[in-house]
Design a protein around this ligand. Structure first.
Ligand SMILES: [Zn+2]
Ligand SMILES: [Zn+2]
Length: 376
């Protein structure tokens, strides 16, 4: 397989214009297209390579990241050489996940001894009330910070670690294998420096040559109103620190909205239940229920049925970042008393009689159903 610098694959200069990149891609894509080269696996391979390179260089964001970092393929093993970007065992999908994925632990490798800091993931739990109001939330996490003793060099004398002489600082060694489709170059992490590209002959005692030490930290993050579970806040530069000139990673705070037994949430709307008695349902009443920002009064009309639902406008939650609030839906739950006194029973029988209903006899004695219900 050829090298993997997308510029080299497309045969364009690093400062090529989008038009030049596009036309170079079109030319190569026509040349290597599988339809033009049936049953030619090497052309197909080349076609994939060309498409992959164009996918990077035609996307301003991906191109910028490639230009900035040169190489970032953790899945295929650490490597310090921009030419290895598309090499290694990881497939196209793996690579892009590792490179452009979301809030995962990502790491960028750079040439030489520079090491960028890892991204860090932390979690924060917020209540529904905090979703309504927004909050500055304290987040605790651990990240790597530059070792004070060696200033991040990793060496006891604070000198720059020497380049590995086995791989000449590239971090990878190349082997050429002969196969039926020709020679294939494979690259593996350098065994001497374990892919680092440098060795630390006199490691710093405080960080064992790592240049960084773990540290517990706390930070207040602004949680905007309207957040939902799983949404993530990124705090730029608050991940692990880079060393020897590397940039720090980012801190990703994954938010969880705590369950509130009073409310169910669906987007901006909330739902709750309120218990009412048969007398309240029949006669009508005014009751107080718990809203998110305080108690709310609702009017029960005479003749209200079990399960009837009220919609209270503007008592839900705002959209992410603010805006008008959704609604609160209140479902009425008719509660039948579990035990009633003899006097109450007499009144209920009278009530039934007045309405011309069959007067209930009450539960029988010793019957099949009584045996079952008695257990309750
Ligand atoms: Zn140190
Ligand atoms: Zn090496």
């Amino acid at each position: 397989m050829a090298g993997s610098d997308p510029y080299a694959i497309l045969g364009v200069a690093r400062d090529a214009t989008p038009d030049q990149i596009k036309s170079a891609y079109r030319k190569l894509a026509r040349q290597y297209h599988p339809d033009v080269n049936p049953n030619d696996p090497s052309a197909e391979e080349k076609f994939k390579e060309v498409s992959t390179a164009y996918a990077v260089l035609s996307d301003p964001e991906k191109k910028a990241r490639y230009d900035q970092y040169g190489v970032t393929d953790d899945q295929a093993g650490p490597s310090g050489n921009p030419g290895d970007f598309f090499g290694g065992a990881g497939g196209f999908g793996d690579l892009f996940e590792a490179f452009f994925g979301g809030a995962g632990a990502q790491q960028s490798r750079r040439a030489g001894t520079i090491r960028d800091g890892d991204d860090i993931r932390a979690e924060a739990v917020v209540s529904l009330r905090e979703v309504l109001d927004g909050i500055e939330k304290k987040v605790s996490y651990r990240r790597s910070v530059v070792c004070d003793t060696c200033g991040g060099m990793g060496t006891a004398d604070r000198s720059t670690p020497p380049r590995c002489n086995e791989c000449n600082g590239r971090g990878v060694v190349t082997a050429v294998k002969q196969t039926f489709i020709g020679s294939i170059r494979t690259q593996t992490a350098c065994p001497k420096c374990r892919g680092e590209g440098f060795t630390v002959p006199n490691p710093c005692g405080s960080c064992q040559g790592q240049g960084v030490v773990p540290k517990s930290e706390e930070l207040f993050v602004s949680v905007p109103v309207g957040v939902e579970s799983g949404q993530t806040l990124r705090v730029s530069g608050r991940g692990s620190e880079g060393i020897r000139g590397g940039t720090p990673g980012d801190l990703y705070v994954v938010l969880h909205v705590a369950d509130d037994s009073r409310f169910e949430r669906e987007g901006r709307n909330l739902a709750t239940q309120a218990d009412i008695s048969f007398a309240q349902a029949a006669l009508g009443d005014t009751i107080l229920i718990d809203g998110l920002s305080g108690q709310l009064e609702i009017n029960i009309e005479p003749g209200t049925q079990p399960g009837d639902t009220f919609r209270i406008k503007g008592e839900g939650l705002p959209r992410l970042g603010g805006g008008s609030r959704g609604d609160l839906f209140v479902q009425l739950n008719l509660v039948v008393p579990k035990k009633i006194s003899d006097a109450e029973a007499a009144l209920l029988r009278e009530f039934a009689e007045l309405r011309g209903e069959t007067v209930p006899k009450g539960a029988g004695k010793g019957g099949f159903f009584e045996k079952i219900f008695k257990k309750r």
